[in-house]
Ligand binder design. Structure first.
Ligand code: AP5
Length: 220
């Protein structure tokens, strides 16, 4: 099953993509995650992407399209994939359709994560992650069971994202409204859009996604 997760920054796409990917045994592909790794290893792509990411702007289309093109051609994507954070504007959506059509594939489902801005800001400002394994936590909504120790790998080393500061977050939300929001209508017209009440707790949201995905698998 080929799925897109659409939604504003902080709406929970990454959290749910990791869980649904495990459930469906398909990779979750986060352009943000790929770009952060490129920035960390100071590659050419990373050097170019860094200033866009730190100011909350979209990285140029040719860079992210190149990343997705290479990634979805890999063998682990043959049975399906979850795109988390791509496409993010109309041009990326159109290029994705063309790319998939040339591979005899198509998008089968688009989950749109709906959350109001006040909650988004709290989620982003409270986010931190384990430096060891990348597990994501939240100061307000999801602390590790044992304070200061990662539930997943036992590390006591945590970090915050450099783009999770107030000024950048405001810009990321502005970019979402100006460039990404219109994709809701694009996928609605294609009859692919499913709205998700992403204000609910993460386990409840996951339950809904799992149910929809399982029904789809049974009927296709
Ligand atoms: P990216 O990494 O994609 O960031 P984003 O879209 O801004 O999304 P986030 O990662 O902030 O949020 P999320 O929805 O994944 O939420 P999460 O699950 O972590 O992109 C970063 C940058 O890279 C962009 O600004 C851009 O520069 C560049 N980029 C990426 N893709 C691009 C593209 N296609 N084109 C151009 N540039 C691109 O959850 C957030 C927090 O809330 C966590 O702490 C979590 O624990 C908590 N939480 C999650 N779900 C719940 C829940 N249901 N209840 C309570 N808390 C919850």
């Amino acid at each position: 099953m080929n799925i897109i997760f659409l939604g504003a920054p902080g709406s929970g796409k990454g959290t749910q993509a990791a869980m649904l990917a495990k459930e469906l045994v398909s990779p979750a592909i986060s352009t943000g995650e790929v770009l952060r790794k490129e920035v960390e290893r100071q590659s050419e792509i990373g050097k170019l992407a860094k200033s866009y990411m730190n100011s909350g702007q979209l990285v140029p289309d040719e860079v992210v399209v190149g990343i997705i093109k290479g990634r979805i051609a890999e063998p682990d994507c043959q049975k399906g994939f979850i795109l988390d954070g791509f496409p993010r504007n109309m041009n990326q959506a159109i290029v994705l359709d063309e790319m998939l059509s040339s591979l005899n594939k198509k998008i089968e489902m688009v989950f749109n994560f709906e959350v109001g801005e006040e909650i988004l800001i709290k989620r982003i400002s409270g986010r931190f992650s384990c430096k060891g394994c990348g597990a994501v936590y939240n100061r307000y909504f999801k602390l590790p069971v044992k304070e200061g120790v990662c539930d997943n790998c036992g590390s006591d080393d945590f970090e915050s994202r450099s783009d999770d500061n107030e000024a950048t977050v405001k810009n990321r939300l502005k970019v979402y409204r100006e460039s990404t929001f219109e994709l809701i209508g694009y996928y609605e017209k294609k009859n692919l859009l499913l709205s998700v009440d992403a204000v609910k707790s993460a386990p409840l949201v996951f339950g809904e996604l799992k149910e929809v995905a399982s029904k789809f698998s049974q009927t296709n």
